[in-house]
Every structure is written in C-alpha cells, then in structure tokens.
Design a protein around this ligand. Structure first.
Ligand SMILES: Cc1cc2nc3c(=O)[nH]c(=O)nc-3n(C[C@H](O)[C@H](O)[C@H](O)COP(=O)(O)OP(=O)(O)OC[C@H]3O[C@@H](n4cnc5c(N)ncnc54)[C@H](O)[C@@H]3O)c2cc1C
Length: 450
C-alpha cells in the first residue's frame, strides 16, 4: 500500500486552497493536506479584502469551499505559525510545508505627519469594513466632510466606493452591523483620490473605475488639466496598452463640470504627491506637491504646493508580506526568495521540504485566479522533489497542539460560524449574511452545536 505524503499548507486564502486543490489533483489521492490559518475562518482576502459589494468575486469562496471539503483535506483554524507552531515543529510533522500567508501590511508614505491620528493604512480600513476580528475594535473618524485616499490602485478605488456609497446601498452586503452604523453616521461629503503620477499610470482596472463613475449617489470629477499634462513617450506607449486606453476613456468622461446635484462627490487628482500630513493632535489636511514626468519614466516635484483639507487620510500605496520566523525573506522585495515555489536560502541553496505560493511568493500582484496557476507550479515542484528524495515526517501535529492546550477550529466549527452569519443576515433582513467581527462572538458561534 502506498502511504500518502503529508503536506501542511499555512494560510487558507486563495493561494493556500489552490495549493491544496493542486496537491489532490496532481498526487491523485496519494496525499493528505492540512490547511492552517491564524483565523477561525478560511478564504483569506476573499473574505477580508475583496469589497463587500463585489459579491460575484466573493462567490469564489464557494469554489474554494469544495477544496476544503475534499477527502484528504483538513482545516485547522486559529493556529498561527510563529505563535502556536514553529517552522521546525512543522517540519517534524509533515513531509513538506507550503507557506501561503499572503501580504497584508501597507507600505508607508514616509512623509512627516504620517503617524498623526486620522492617518490610517487603507488595509486597516479594509479590515474594519470587511469585519476582520483584528480590526473589530477600530474606530475611524468619519465626522469631517473631506477624506483623502492616497494611491490609485484597485484597493484605493474600493475604499473610495465604500466611503461614497450611501448606507442603503451597503445594507444588503455582509458588512458587520457596527460598521454599517458608523458608515450611516458618516458626514463625509468629498472623497479625494490622489495619484502621484498621471492618468496613464493609474493602477486601477477599467472595470473598477467604471463602477466608481456609476454610483447613483456620488458625482465624480477629474480636472481637465490633469488629463492634459504633457504626454510623454511613456504615456504614448502606455496608451497602446488596452488597460490604459480603457482607463483613459473612462477618466476623460469625468472631466465635465461638477453639477453638485448628488450628496457626495469624488475628486480624482493626478500629478500630486503628498509631502506632509498637517494637523494639531490629528490630521486636518494634506500638503501636496504638484509633480510632472521627468522624461525617464518617473515623476519629479515642481515646487508648487497646495493644501487639501482632510479629516481622514487613507494610505493605499502598496502592500507587502511579513517575514515568517525561521523562513528566508527578501527584505527588499518583501517576498520569500524562491525558484518556482521552492524556497531558496540566502546563500542560494534550496531549503528542502519548504515551498511558497501566492502573494508571499510573488508579491501582491494579480487577481484571485492568478494564484491558481501559481500554486500549481509550486505543487508540481514539491511532488517532483518528494518523488526524487522521499522524506517521512513522524510527529503528529494533533498531539503537539493538544500538549500545548490548543483546540483548533475545525471545518465543522467554521460551518457553525458560517451558519450563524447567514442566520444573522436573515434576522436583520439584510442579505445573504452579516459578518460577525469580534473574536468572542466568532469563537462562540464556532462552538455552537444546535
Ligand atoms: C483590499 C483587497 C481587495 C482585493 N480585491 C480583489 C478583487 O476584487 N478581485 C480579485 O481578483 N482580487 C482581489 N484582491 C487580490 C486577492 O485578494 C489576492 O490575489 C489573494 O487573496 C492572494 O492570496 P493569498 O492566499 O496569497 O493571500 P491571502 O488571501 O492574504 O491569504 C493568506 C492567509 O494566510 C493567513 N495567515 C497569515 N499569516 C499566517 C500565519 N502566521 N499562520 C497561519 N495563517 C496565516 C491569513 O489569515 C490568510 O487567511 C484584493 C486584495 C486586497 C488586499
């Protein structure tokens, strides 16, 4: 009889679950996969990143659920690598380990005033409205009329959209009740979306941009002069790109004079770099410097400044992964150094039995689906390595966790939590589900057996 290989996957986001799926498919039954997550809930950023009003993308969770329900796959929630288990322990329990822990730390602006209260990482705001338990106690001051969102990627656009939508437009989403209450009380009227570079370099996708322009309760405006900034060779080349052409077409449609006939307004501003956040005790404004292309693919400051009022500043200028204890990490690229998913130590040698997938492998790029082929590549290498150099780990992770007094959240426990959220949505007449966001409420719902 062939003894199945045992693989631990750390992280139950898309990368982790596509890895589990690829293992089952490629090993054709000869594998047992244990998927660990520090949260009691699977699906990573599909649950805690993808915007609540993007229900069709969120439905990817239904596909990933089938992976978790596959024979040979087990879920261990509330087990954090580095806190509850070490890397060395994992390697004694599994023939191979795949790290798929994502990238959810914001990059910093590195400008004075960045640490003033009211200057917030967009990820913290996203975590809050997505009901991440680490953010359940956060409070965002939405009492000022102006909010600035720095960065012009899809996450920035998500954040702007959530701020610009009315409570009625968000009621049917899974946003937790306390978040919906805070957004209902919001006095925000103008959301400024600020890009350091020009329209041709905006990172958002055309679909996201178009959606922003179609909000019934918010008008959107781009200054015509921001669209007409000198077209550089870069811009001309970029315009040949389908995505850029699509974005420019949408943006040009927003250059008409504002009519002021809607309760909220989105102001998109290009060629402006934040140089300082201003305020006494908390953020009150952003000082911006106009920029222009330098002809070599970057921008330079022009020495012209302006001050934009903003009671809340949300920084969305990129994400990075965090290092895992004992696992090599590239401090410049913020990824685990790897060759097609095989972890490579600082001296260039391979780390046998250790692999990466998803954002921690390649950085925060691509859509959910990108993680599927990425995971398949890692798994192909992992299985080839195990076939060439068989390794048999002997220790039991259950015994190790039990000896530590830890009871992981099982897949059945998660289904209890899932059912509690669906029931909450129905009882509030809101939608398919309303998320529980507090650790205690989540743990209680997991253990419910009736
Ligand atoms: C705000 C936002 C919105 C997005 N919207 C979209 C969208 O609309 N459409 C789209 O296609 N893509 C979207 N994406 C991109 C998509 O979410 C990512 O491509 C994808 O989630 C990356 O998968 P991952 O598994 O590498 O990371 P993640 O999804 O982050 O999963 C990592 C998992 O690892 C767990 N973990 C972390 N550290 C540990 C540890 N030490 N021990 C145990 N577990 C750990 C985490 O809890 C998490 O569950 C969005 C991303 C963000 C940030």
């Amino acid at each position: 009889m062939v003894v199945p290989v045992r693989v631990a996957v750390i992280g139950s986001g898309p990368a982790g679950l596509y890895t589990a799926e690829a293992l089952i498919k490629q090993a054709a039954g000869g594998v047992r996969v244990d998927v660990f997550d520090r949260l009691p809930t699977p699906y990573g950023l599909v649950r805690y990143g993808v915007a609540p009003d993007h229900t069709s993308i969120k439905s990817i969770a239904r596909y990933l659920q089938r992976v978790l329900e596959s024979p040979g796959v087990r879920f261990f929630g509330c087990v954090e690598l580095g806190r509850d288990l070490t890397r060395d322990e994992l390697l004694t329990c599994y023939d191979a380990v795949v790290y798929a822990t994502g990238a959810m730390v914001d990059r910093r602006l590195r400008v004075p005033g960045e640490d003033l209260p009211g200057s917030v990482a967009a990820t913290d705001f996203v975590n809050w409205y997505c009901g991440h338990p680490d953010a359940a106690g956060h409070a965002f001051d939405l009492s000022a009329e102006d909010v600035a969102v720095i960065g012009v990627g899809n996450v920035a656009v998500d954040v702007v959209r959530i701020l610009a939508k009315t409570p009625d437009e968000l009621r049917s989403t899974d946003i937790p009740e306390h978040v919906l209450d805070a957004l209902t009380a919001s006095r925000v009227r103008r959301v400024h979306l600020i890009g350091r570079r020009g329209p041709a370099q905006a990172k958002f996708t055309t679909k996201e941009a178009r959606e922003l322009g179609q909000l019934p309760s918010a008008e959107i405006h781009v200054r015509p002069e921001d669209m007409e900034q000198d077209v550089t060779a870069d811009d001309a080349a970029a315009e040949r790109d389908r995505l850029v052409r699509g974005n420019l077409k949408v943006l040009r449609g927003w250059t008409g004079a504002p009519t002021g006939d809607r309760p909220r307004r989105i102001d998109v501003r290009f060629w402006r770099a934040p140089v300082e956040l201003l305020g006494t005790g908390r953020v009150e404004a952003v000082r911006l410097e106009r920029t222009r292309p330098d002809g070599a693919g970057r921008v330079v400051g022009t020495g012209e400044y302006e001050t934009l009022p903003a009671g809340l500043v949300l920084r969305s200028v990129g994400y990075q992964s965090v290092a895992l204890e004992g696992v090599p990490f590239d401090e410049d690229a913020f990824v685990v150094p790897n060759d097609g998913g095989r972890i490579v130590a600082a001296d260039g040698t391979r780390q046998p039995g250790e692999y990466v997938a998803g954002w921690i492998k390649r950085g925060p790029t691509g859509v959910v689906g990108t993680n599927k082929s990425d995971a398949a590549e890692t798994v192909a290498h992992l299985l080839a390595d195990l076939a060439a150099t068989p390794y048999r780990a002997a220790a039991s992770v259950e015994e190790l966790l039990a000896a530590r007094g830890l009871t992981p959240v099982s897949y059945t426990d998660w289904l209890n939590l899932d059912a509690a959220e669906v029931a909450l949505g129905a009882s509030l007449s809101r939608g398919e589900r309303v998320k529980l966001a507090h650790w205690d409420a989540m743990r209680d719902a997991c253990r419910r057996t009736e």
